[in-house]
Design a protein around this ligand. Structure first.
Ligand SMILES: [Cu+2]
Length: 128
């Protein structure tokens, strides 16, 4: 009997540990694009991306003054050429949070004026 009691409590510990680890794992990491400067003309996105890991279910947050910029999710061609009429998604709130839902490369540009041409663009690689 003492042996059975012991294995039961072990199972309870394992169960709660597993639940706890699952909860920890499920907490998404928020990534604020450009840090405190936000999503601006002066965002050096290649510097900002360096050393960061983007995982599925993380959140990408674009902060900017509404109306001055926007966020267009685009494909690689539109990213390279700053093409603004073939976007996948358009976000304009000034505080746009996007959940990274799948693995792969993602491309974003600012669709306002010539901001993309001036370098306001971002590409990230989402990993599992
Ligand atoms: Cu802009």
């Amino acid at each position: 009997m003492p042996h059975q009691a012991h294995s039961f409590s072990s199972m309870v510990v394992v169960y709660f540990l597993a639940t706890y680890l699952n909860v920890l794992h499920a907490i998404a990491t928020p990534h604020v694009v450009g840090g405190i400067d936000g999503w601006t003309l002066f965002t050096n996105s290649s510097n900002w991306v360096q050393g960061k890991e983007f995982h599925v279910s993380d959140v990408l947050e674009f902060n900017y003054e509404r109306g001055l910029h926007n966020v267009m999710q685009v494909n690689s061609t539109a990213y390279e050429g700053c093409i603004k009429d073939t976007y996948i998604g358009l976000f304009t709130s000034g505080n746009d949070s996007l959940v990274l839902s799948e693995v792969g490369q993602m491309w974003f540009i600012c669709g306002v004026s010539d901001h993309c041409e001036l370098g306001q663009k971002l590409t990230i690689n989402v990993i599992p």
